[in-house]
Design a protein around this ligand. Structure first.
Ligand code: PRP
Length: 219
């Protein structure tokens, strides 16, 4: 397990805009799309490349590259907040297959320690296997309960070569839980996030955070 914080100025400026309570629904959504692109570009940097010679119209051979595994990417969107983030990711991983998971924290029952019960109502994921690279798109990684539940669902369906998480804000608690989960499950997991916020409040919201991402994006 490993994680990477995207320190790029562009990403930090967009994140600042969407953290602001004065940012409208439309701008919030556009911000998530922009961050999805940035996350996609960062994740693709982690892929290996191979030589790909092409002949240009001038009859000259150009020793180019291609990205290994690019065709084996499957993006899994955790509904509902990650929808715009995935829109950005797909601009980069334009040939990706896609799946969705509808997951919800059972907030009525409250947080137990730093865990939420997670209700998973719908899972639709293309077949994937040992050559595939799964990118899970989820805006907020608060307690990590949702992602761990999603990873469990994925592991029931097969084992990918590598798993990435594309997220906007994560917490140290969730990072530690994901580290342990990846170790126990024996999976290669890497989290990409634009920020790590220090705190969770008593309701399980990330502080300073950006509020409820699903509500802010979709009402
Ligand atoms: C939010 C968020 C994440 C999850 C993170 O979803 O979009 O999926 O909580 O929290 P966790 O790390 O503590 O599990 P929510 O359940 O509010 O659903 P929504 O996106 O449909 O609003």
């Amino acid at each position: 397990f490993d994680y990477k914080v995207i320190e790029k100025k562009y990403a930090q400026a967009i994140l600042t805009q969407i953290r602001s309570k004065n940012t409208s629904q439309v701008e919030f959504r556009k911000g998530l799309v922009r961050l999805g692109r940035v996350l996609g570009l960062e994740i693709v940097e982690d892929f290996e490349t191979e030589e790909n010679p092409v002949e240009t119209p001038l009859g000259v051979t150009y020793r180019g590259i291609k990205i290994k595994g690019f065709e084996n990417v499957c993006i899994v969107t955790v509904l509902r907040a990650a929808w715009p983030l995935t829109e950005g990711l797909v601009k980069i991983f334009y040939s990706a297959r896609q799946g969705v998971v509808a997951a919800r924290r059972v907030e009525e029952k409250g947080m137990h320690g730093t865990e939420f019960d997670i209700e998973i109502n719908y899972v639709k994921i293309p077949k994937f296997g040992g050559d595939d690279i799964v990118i899970i798109s989820d805006v907020m990684v608060a307690t990590g309960s949702t992602l761990i539940a999603v990873l469990r669902e994925l592991l029931k369906r097969g084992r990918a070569k590598k798993y990435y998480i594309a997220s906007v804000i994560s917490t140290p608690i969730a990072i530690e839980k994901l580290r342990k989960f990846a170790q126990d499950a024996g999976i290669d997991l890497k989290l990409y996030t634009v920020a790590v916020d220090p705190e969770l409040n008593s309701k399980g919201y990330i502080v300073p955070g950006l509020g409820d991402a699903g509500d802010r994006a979709f009402g």
